[in-house]
Write a protein that binds this ligand. Structure first.
Ligand SMILES: [Zn+2]
Length: 362
């Protein structure tokens, strides 16, 4: 953490102190955690930002996440302050018993900024986000770029636990996930992405130096050009169709056997049975698994069906929307998929929840 209490209960910060002063404090100073009141150590060095740390055995929830995190927190603190916003560092919100890394006042709104570098349980992210929102704060989670797993220039891996950090500020806002690197001093904005697998997402990725970015960049809508998506998806589809499946991948093997029982295989499945989906992170199985269920059990078998029929077939295939409190829209993978099928002329929605099959091949 960047702040601690001294013997008199006064808040002390270290990052602005010179070497001599720091060396003196390291020996003579007594500092305490504002949460657990334990005695703290000072960590500082040539490449390490001066900060407070608990003793190794501490189990304090305000434990801190190391120098990378502390540096990022301070960078962001200065970045917001330089833009003229009122910022509070590590401020304790007694009413909700939470301590966001930063609180930023913007007009009548207050942003609760969390710079998250360590992995924490999804349920913690959900609970903390929900509490911020219930109490009128706008939560923004910025992930440490140490958690960024970049596959190509426009493709990253978003693990199922990191999916709870996906933001969507309003219904028409593209899905967005934010990263900051406190070593390279840059933001990475990843937006408007589609999942080719449960974790592999393709979207608009932009890197921006901290000193060139402003808060507006968090709310800018960077769209992925549709021709780029189409081209990449075709390449991915080809790879997927030709990839060997090792037998230890039990679920995938079982799914392929299920296809064989229906006289089908991955090569003969129509291409629309593996469409990239934006809300795939809400699904518990890969896109081709649940989409093929809909294809075989509904599209091939029935001339007409309802959204509820689809929902019944895929019971337990999706996480509840409440698992993603940063997402505003009420979008659902099946609804998104049906809309795509409408666009390519497979289905037609003729009442709000009733779909008619137009054709089954392309
Ligand atoms: Zn503590």
């Amino acid at each position: 953490m960047l702040q601690a209490l001294d013997n008199h209960g006064k808040v002390v910060t270290l990052y602005s102190l010179n070497k001599e002063r720091l060396a003196k404090l390291k020996v003579e100073g007594h500092f305490y955690c504002p949460v657990c009141k334990e005695k703290l150590l000072i960590r500082a060095g040539e490449k390490v930002i001066a900060h407070f740390a608990h003793h190794r055995k501490s189990s304090c929830p305000h434990g801190g996440e190391g120098a990378y995190h502390e540096q990022g927190k301070l960078d962001l603190y200065k970045w917001f302050s330089d833009q003229g916003f009122r910022v509070k560092l590590e401020h304790y919100l007694a009413e909700i018993k939470q301590r966001p890394d930063l609180l930023v006042e913007i007009g009548s709104k207050t942003l609760a900024i969390e710079f998250q570098c360590a992995s924490i349980p999804m349920s913690d992210v959900q609970r903390r986000t929900a509490k911020y929102r219930e109490n009128g704060f706008v939560p923004i989670w910025i992930l440490g770029a140490n958690k960024l797993n970049r596959l190509t220039s426009q493709m990253i891996k978003i693990s199922s636990t990191d999916a709870s950090y996906i933001h969507q500020f309003h219904e028409y806002f593209p899905l967005s996930i934010y990263y900051y690197c406190s070593l390279q001093k840059q933001f990475i904005f990843f937006q408007d992405f589609y999942f080719f697998t449960q974790t592999k997402a393709y979207g608009s990725l932009s890197v921006m130096a901290l000193d060139r970015a402003t808060l507006k960049d968090f709310f800018t809508m960077r769209k992925l050009p549709s021709d780029q998506l189409l081209q990449t998806w075709r390449e991915e589809l080809k790879k997927w169709r030709n990839r060997p499946v090792p037998f230890h991948q039990k679920n995938e093997t079982a799914w392929r056997q299920w296809l064989y029982l229906h006289q089908l295989n991955v090569q003969t499945l129509p291409y629309f049975v593996n469409l990239p989906i934006q809300t795939e992170f809400m699904a518990k199985s890969p896109p081709w698994v649940w989409q093929s269920r809909l294809y075989l059990d509904l599209i091939l078998k029935q001339k007409k069906f309802s959204f509820t029929d689809a929902h019944d077939i895929l019971r337990n295939h999706f996480y509840p929307a409440s698992d993603f409190p940063l997402i505003h829209s009420s979008f659902h993978p099946v609804r998104e998929y049906f809309q795509m099928l409408e666009r390519i002329g497979i289905l037609k929605c003729y009442k709000q929840n009733i779909y008619v099959v137009i054709r089954t091949t392309v």
